[in-house]
Design a protein around this ligand. Sequence first.
Ligand SMILES: [Zn+2]
Length: 119
Amino acid sequence: MPSGVPRIPRREEWILKKICTRCGEEKPWAKFSPGSYWDDGSVRRVQSYCQDCHAEINRNRPKKPIAPERLAYLVDYKRQQRAALRAERTSDGKRLPSAPIRELLNRAVKDTEDWVLLG
Ligand SMILES: [Zn+2]
């Protein structure tokens, strides 16, 4: 069952070699996806194409077009996400009064005559 977590090949999988039937290169078993396992969890057989070849096949696989209703949903969702981000960044148009902080800073600068002390 794939979990999204990469499997860590066992030591012997780096020693055993196999020739990929697609690219013809000899690589360790660790560079092939397992085809089946023994009962103890060790790899019994690896697939005939190496992982690099499988990755290349998947990269070149034609993409399925997005259904129009799904696309409309995605556009709407992204618009909502952008609006939420914008609202968060701009405090939703609400602004705090700047007078108190300006007064505090002016007083601090007047007392110390040095901006460095504010840090
Ligand atoms: Zn290959």
